[in-house]
Design a binder for this molecule. Structure first.
Ligand SMILES: [Zn+2]
Ligand SMILES: [Zn+2]
Length: 136
């Protein structure tokens, strides 16, 4: 799957060339108010693919009324998005590498907010993280 094909799986509109930096350290976001995904134009196609996989995870949680969306800055919400990011990138080595690296940096506290950091640490304890790392 390439970036355009991934974009077509999103339940909401996607802007892949967002001009402004979204907020500190983040290269993508899903707005539940606007029901729209914005991805920073900075970044390679593989990086955008990785970020979009994560944001589609948030978008699907919102669309499906997942329990994680009941709370703002939800650790569980980030866990679901990290999981979607890893699964979405299996089969696209450069994107999977970027996803794995992002989660490692996040777990180390180098990027992200506290709910991202907790979720990153949590996902690294799953079997499914180990399986994703085998593909890297
Ligand atoms: Zn969820
Ligand atoms: Zn997220």
């Amino acid at each position: 799957m390439n970036l355009q094909e991934l974009k077509e799986t999103s339940p909401y509109p996607v802007d892949l060339d967002c001009a402004v930096s979204l907020y500190l350290g983040a290269s993508g976001r899903f707005s539940p108010v606007l029901e729209r995904i914005e991805i920073s134009k900075a970044g390679t196609p593989a990086e955008k693919f990785s970020v979009l996989s994560h944001e589609i995870g948030h978008a699907n949680c919102h669309k499906n009324g997942c329990h994680c969306t009941k709370k703002v800055q939800s650790c569980r919400g980030e866990f679901h998005a990290f999981k979607a990011g890893l699964l979405g990138c299996i089969g696209y080595k450069e994107a999977l590498q970027f996803t794995v690296l992002t989660i490692i940096e996040c777990a180390a506290g180098e990027i992200g907010e506290s709910h991202h950091i907790r979720a990153a640490k949590r996902i690294m304890m799953t079997q499914f993280w180990a399986e994703a790392c085998l593909g890297v």
